[in-house]
Design a protein around this ligand. Structure first.
Ligand SMILES: Cc1cc2nc3c(=O)[nH]c(=O)nc-3n(C[C@H](O)[C@H](O)[C@H](O)COP(=O)(O)OP(=O)(O)OC[C@H]3O[C@@H](n4cnc5c(N)ncnc54)[C@H](O)[C@@H]3O)c2cc1C
Length: 291
């Protein structure tokens, strides 16, 4: 199918793009990588009257470090995350995540910010950003505001962004020494969305005790899920096999999967248990300097 006709705008500045979104209202859709929006338009699941394409706005494509935070700009593509040395060294969980999204063709266009802004619980970055405690920067007519990622996904395909706001940056705190993270996903075939996915990020103190834990779950609920009870359980404990197994049980109980073509709810809940245990084991190994 081909999309319904629409009017196309290609602003050259962020201010111009925001003014257009404000003027055109709810019938306008912002276009970044187009890897979710265009397929939805082709299927006529959405038919916006206006498209505001931000791809010609300079200065939005960057991965940088400042004030102890990794900053990812609005037009940073997935493949840039995959090949970034600063990401590879400090955020292996992000490299893990980018690598399992779709296929190289999609990753050459899809943006990391678009992956969050789409609000799809099947997308992979939301869980990882929940585990990392990221902050999202929304820029609108009144300037910038920062939204903790925990507050960014209020419902299915819904985000905390206002219609006239653009997600301009993701900020992620650099993990302290003795930190490690991992993202694991089961997919039916390469390029598919997750049957379930788990992101785990931990920090150990000098005695090897866990003093920080982040756990995010993909595609096992109406929104991406932060497994808060499992996170709390890990704090103050050495991550031996029994502790990891118990945390994995708790994370599974926090998931809210449904039966669908990818499997039954029971199967997915058990998958969360298995993936959480494996992601925590890899995160622990990386926190101790392993690969
Ligand atoms: C074949 C295929 C397989 C895929 N598999 C996976 C997968 O396994 N895992 C996964 O996570 N994703 C997958 N995706 C989705 C892909 O990663 C999307 O590109 C991504 O979810 C959206 O990013 P985008 O830049 O393409 O956004 P667009 O498609 O341009 O936009 C998506 C939505 O977000 C809004 N939006 C985009 N950017 C912003 C912004 N900066 N500020 C405000 N609103 C914005 C748009 O208005 C639109 O509503 C797949 C896509 C395809 C086509």
């Amino acid at each position: 199918m081909i999309p319904r006709s629409f009017e196309y705008f290609s602003p050259r500045t962020l201010e111009e793009a925001i003014a257009l979104l404000q003027k055109l209202g709810s019938e306008a859709k912002l276009l970044s990588g187009g890897q979710s929006l265009i397929p939805m338009m082709k299927l006529r699941l959405v038919s916006p009257e206006y498209i505001v394409d931000i791809n010609r706005i300079p200065g939005l494509d960057y991965i940088s470090e400042s004030d102890g935070q990794l900053r990812i700009g609005a037009l940073t593509r997935e493949h840039e995350l995959e090949s970034s040395p600063v990401v590879k060294t400090n955020f292996p969980i992000l490299s893990d995540t980018a690598r399992v999204i779709a296929d190289p063709l999609v990753r050459s266009q899809a943006t990391v910010c678009g992956n969050l802004a789409h609000g799809d619980p099947a997308n992979d970055h939301p869980a990882t950003m929940l585990a990392l405690g990221a902050t999202v920067v929304a820029t609108g007519p009144k300037g910038q505001r920062q939204i903790p990622i925990e507050d960014f996904f209020p419902g299915l395909f819904t985000t905390a962004l206002k219609p006239e706001e653009i997600l301009t940056e993701i900020r992620i705190p650099f993990p302290p020494p003795q930190s490690g993270g991992a993202y694991l996903k089961l997919e039916r075939k390469v390029g598919d969305f997750a049957t379930a996915g788990v992101a785990a990020q931990i920090t150990l103190d000098d005695a090897g005790v866990c003093n920080s834990a982040g756990l995010g779950l993909t595609n096992v609920g109406m929104t991406p899920i932060k497994a808060k009870q499992a996170e709390s359980y890990l704090l103050g404990k050495k991550l031996d096999d029994a502790t990891i197994a118990q945390a994995a049980e708790i994370a599974a109980s926090e998931s809210q999967p449904m039966d669908d073509i990818r499997g039954s709810a029971d199967y997915k809940r058990d998958l969360v248990r298995v993936l959480t245990a494996r992601a925590l084991a890899t995160a622990l190994n990386r926190a101790k300097g392993g690969a």
